[in-house]
Design a protein around this ligand. Structure first.
Ligand code: UT7
Length: 336
């Protein structure tokens, strides 16, 4: 078995800033409600004509990550691309990254695990590097939420929360052998699949049937979220999976130098912080600026924390996520 590490990080968000007041012009919402319930002040949305898409934002983040890892696209042996908002129904975003970055015919794998997509993707990369099959794997989380949200009163419970953006990490063999990605821990509970979901268009519910069965004003091709139900499960699962990761490595909460939770809701992150009695400087949040960017949220936050000098070699970094599926997971990393 080899050791693995994150050798480079990058992120990209579209320039277009959408404030809570901007959304209040489109639907019955307001800045006070959004900030109080979620902590979000603004988010980024792709603007028509700005040239962005899920895969293109992923490439922009990946270019930065590769540069920081001092690697060329030709050095990457596998792409793992996590998103719930792909440019196309199929094929996935990974093959588009392979093409856009002019990579040789490397394998490209898409991960469909929504908010925990990055942790799942990181875990896949980690296994390929640890077994020795690949030396460098490119992991991307990218989302174009604004392309598929309902910006009317009907969608306000969901649409104010989500934002666009991408983050990328290069997972490489850790030649030093010490530290790096210590372990990842993954879970799912499909019985709750309908609590946070986009039902169609899908092969089970294709376009003509949707149109036939629903009045024009209620076509269900927007995401649905049972917010309070998701919230209650999130706080439990976040805690469990962080503890699981710590215990697997014989570590305790006191060993954590930086916790980066998936940016679902500032109130969820604060609940976890208080539960684990972590001081403010040991938890990184940026949902205030970007909203919930699903598979992109952890790599964007991890990149910003690293850029701000908040993660240093030797630090114990804990990543944790929960979301649609339900799926959840954690990663325990000794930064090298
Ligand atoms: O990332 C994947 C995982 N996702 C999550 O973890 C999200 C978990 N859930 C949440 O973050 C929260 O449940 C929300 C932020 C989605 C909602 O907050 P909440 O405190 O659970 O509010 P609620 O859904 O219970 O709604 C409270 C009220 C309702 O009005 P009534 O019935 O009390 O009159 C809603 O209709 O707020 C209303 N409401 C809004 N008001 C203004 C819902 N959305 C909005 C809005 N603006 N955007």
């Amino acid at each position: 078995m080899f050791s693995s590490k994150i050798s480079g990080l990058g992120s990209y968000v579209p320039e277009n800033v959408v404030t809570n007041d901007d959304l209040a012009k489109l639907m019955d919402t307001n800045d006070a409600w959004i900030q109080e319930r979620t902590g979000i002040k603004e988010r980024r949305h792709i603007k028509k004509g700005d040239g962005n898409s899920t895969s293109i934002m992923g490439v922009k983040a990946a270019i930065i990550a590769l540069e920081r890892a001092q690697l060329e696209p030709k050095d990457i042996e596998l792409i793992v691309f996590a998103t719930l908002s792909p440019d196309m129904y199929f094929p996935g975003g990974g093959v588009q990254v392979q093409d856009l970055m002019g990579m040789p015919t490397v394998p490209a794998l898409d991960v469909r695990n929504q908010c925990s997509g990055f942790i799942y993707a990181l875990s896949v990369a980690d296994q390929f590097v640890k077994t020795g099959m690949y030396r460098h794997v490119l992991v991307i989380g990218s989302e174009n939420h604004s392309g598929g949200l309902d910006f009317t009163d009907r969608g306000r419970g969901v649409s104010v929360i989500f934002g666009d953006g991408a983050g990328a990490a290069v997972v490489s063999r850790n030649e030093g052998g010490k530290g790096g990605i210590l372990s990842t821990h993954l879970h799912s509970e499909g019985k709750h699949k309908d609590e946070l979901a986009l039902q169609g268009p899908s092969t089970n519910y294709w376009v003509p049937q949707i149109i036939k069965e629903n009045p024009q004003e209620n076509i269900p091709y927007y995401p649905y979220m049972n917010g309070q139900f998701v919230f209650k499960h999130a706080v439990v699962r976040f805690s469990e999976v962080i503890n699981e990761g710590l215990q697997a490595n014989k570590l305790s909460v006191d060993d954590i130098d930086m916790l980066i939770p998936h940016q679902a809701n500032l109130r969820i992150a604060q609940f976890i912080q208080h539960k684990f009695k972590l001081p403010d400087d040991k938890v990184f949040n940026n949902i205030q600026k970007y909203g919930n960017t699903t598979a992109a949220s952890i790599p964007i936050a991890l990149t910003e924390a690293w850029e701000e000098g908040k993660i240093k070699p030797g630090d114990l970094v804990v990543l944790a996520a929960f979301g649609s599926g339900f799926t959840w997971g954690s990663a325990i990393i000794e930064w090298v």
